[in-house]
Design a protein around this ligand. Structure first.
Ligand code: ADP
Length: 163
């Protein structure tokens, strides 16, 4: 029998990618042969950075990890998983507040394709409170968010916010 390669898709908006996302990606890279960061176009969320900027920022932030690639998608997540021939959808759980939405998403994806499993990882406790939306809010109010982002991403965020 051919050796099976394990492949996980880590989907999200990544607007922009934070050290919480990076922490999760590093953990996943130890568990799976291949990890794909799948960045959703998410026009309804009115992202601060367009899809190409978010792809580039993820590539910069994850360049130290060999078995990770970055891709964009604008359709159904489960289609993206099928196209990539991945077995697992990976999501992060920070606090109980994430649970309800994540549980619903996992159940819906299982209905759409029962062969795909959703797996959850928790970040280092330094990042359990960290979200991209909080980072944007603090930065827009003039706060220092450099400890939460790759230095180049911190610069891009400051430039975008005109700071
Ligand atoms: P979405 O808009 O799909 O929630 P995000 O880019 O905000 O996309 O998050 C993608 C995934 O990464 C989600 O599963 C989210 O719970 C997880 N995540 C976000 N921030 C962190 C963090 N600080 N630690 C761990 N997981 C996180």
């Amino acid at each position: 029998m051919p050796q099976m390669t394990t492949k996980a898709i880590y989907p999200g908006t990544f607007d922009p990618i934070t050290k919480g996302h990076i922490d999760l990606a590093e953990r996943a890279s130890q568990l799976f042969d291949e990890v794909v960061i799948a960045i959703s176009a998410s026009p309804s969320k009115q992202p601060l950075f367009d899809i190409n900027e978010r792809l580039e920022m993820a590539q910069i932030s994850l360049s130290h990890i060999d078995n990770i690639s970055v891709a964009g998608f604008d359709g159904l997540l489960i289609e993206c998983v099928r196209t990539a021939q991945a077995q697992v959808v990976l999501r992060g759980l920070r606090a109980v507040s994430d649970f309800e939405y994540e549980f619903q998403l996992a159940a819906m994806n299982r209905r759409l394709d029962p062969t795909v499993e959703t797996m959850f990882l928790t970040p280092s406790e330094n990042y359990t409170f960290l979200s991209a939306s909080m980072v944007k809010e603090i930065a827009s109010l003039g706060g220092d968010v450099s400890q939460f982002l790759h230095p180049q991403i911190n610069k891009r965020l400051a430039d975008r916010l005109g700071r």
